[in-house]
Unconditional design. Sequence first.
Length: 611
Amino acid sequence: MTTTPILYTQALMLLGGAVLAAPLFKRLGLGTILGYLAAGILIGPVAQRITEGEEILHVSELGVVFLLFIIGLELKPSRLWQMRRDIFGLGTAQVMLTGIILSYGIVLTGLLDWGGSIVAGFGLALSSTAFAMQILDEGNDRNTRFGQRAFSILLLQDLAIVPLLALIPLLAAQAPEDTTPPLEDFAIAITAIAILFAAGRYLLNPLFQIIARTGARDVMIAAALLVVMGAATMMQLAGLSMAMGAFLAGVLLAESSYRHELEADIEPFRGILQALFFMAVGLSLQLDIIIDKYLVIIVAVPLLMLVKSFVLYWLCRLAGSHHNDAVRVCLLLPQGGEFGFVLFTAAATAGVFSQGNASLLVAIVTLSMALTPIASMLAPRLMREQDEMADEMEEDFEGADADVLMIGFSRFGQIAAQILLAGGRDVTIIDHSAARVRQAATFGFRIYFGDGNRLDVLRAAGIERAKLVAICTQKKETTDRIVDLVQAEYPDARIFARSYDRLHTLELRAKGVDYELRETFESGLLFGRKTLEALGVGNDEALAIMDDIRKRDEARLVLQEAEGITAGRDMLHSQPVRPEPLVKPKRDVDHSSETGESILPGLPVDVRESA
């Protein structure tokens, strides 16, 4: 009779702590992860309101399982194959090199024997998938080059838990009598993966088709949970990690027509369980161990993070990353990982080292996790200024089909896109500024990183299915190249283009674009009209003058198309009018026309306008 009220009270405290701490820490710029950790520490070790932190941690690890399933849904097998060098090359090098350095360092301290040092060193070499992916998601950096490289390393680390767990019985003081031969373990793992692949290929899609025909939404959610938990359990029984099973299930369903629905069904469970995981880490923190071994922890935590950061930085540099990306990766993955908890607990149970040493290692991992959001915030201070094109993202055009393909998303494109979206039209946007892509994505735009001068990018962005191509790039030369490319490869495509000036307008009309508009023409007309009204001219008269100038300008453009740029001077207004400049003004005279406010608040000035 007393169990239910206790569970109810504990759930209420956890939910209340999450609701209060996460927004507060987010507002302070510390991130939601640190908020969940702080709430867990306050409820558990400090207030002693919940003492079963490790039990909650085991349940909340399902949040990591669901996270990897969703990540798998976003990775097609072909794309995973493209990442193989980072996964098996960079990832393996990081685990091996970091593990050897840390193991040797622990042996030198004399805290553990060589067997325990190997388990501890390689366990500490693993980073937290949950923490790193949460930070990437909050910064909308998952598809950046450094984000993909960090994910590749994390994926290999998740794979590494399998041989590390298999190593424990060999290092134990008394190996279990029922130890299975390594070759048999390997055969079981391969068989389980083969069964999972066969089920994913031949059973899952028909299953979801049958459920979808019933129209039962709750059954679809239950089926999604069953797939994730079933795959995770199968891998666990085969000696692999549950997270790896969920990830493989996600990859198998990445090309399924039900991918988006599955992601929407799983996402709420993933969010709640992942928040619970971070709180459970705080709940399981043993303050007495920290107090007793505070000197060891004070030295070990920063040393661990420095060693991992150093190794990660130089491995990323050797793998081709520029300085800024290497800094981002090394400050994203310096912490211990959640799989370290599993490894250290198993090692203590097998007698590789004592339970007290396991608690000490868990405390080191937990504190390194707590410091990770702060470490990641140091990255901008260590980064160098470099050309905007060097800050690139991974080109990923998943779900890019739309009525309108817009190329270029500076101020002009931002305004045009809002009109199209307000009119109920889908717009796919591509832009080569990684900073602008990340910023615009936070406002809900369907925007992708890519170079509109490349035919493969246009095809991947869905140009063959678009009803109209809107070229909103700023530089005249860039616009001309894209127009020529589209007309050569897709002669039937409707092209709307932003022109730079009057001469560019005539050139675009000569190319046969369906519509063009000078970037400052309409705004200049409106500005002149409002100025007349401010000087006392009536609204109707000012509007009539503006319309007359527009008609005269269009008539003059038609004449200039036929007779040349000097034609039509007599068609100007009867009052002296200085025509629009036909040449590009020098930017060092007045930069105000090129650095105006962006439609997207917070977008840096130096990335608001680019080709």
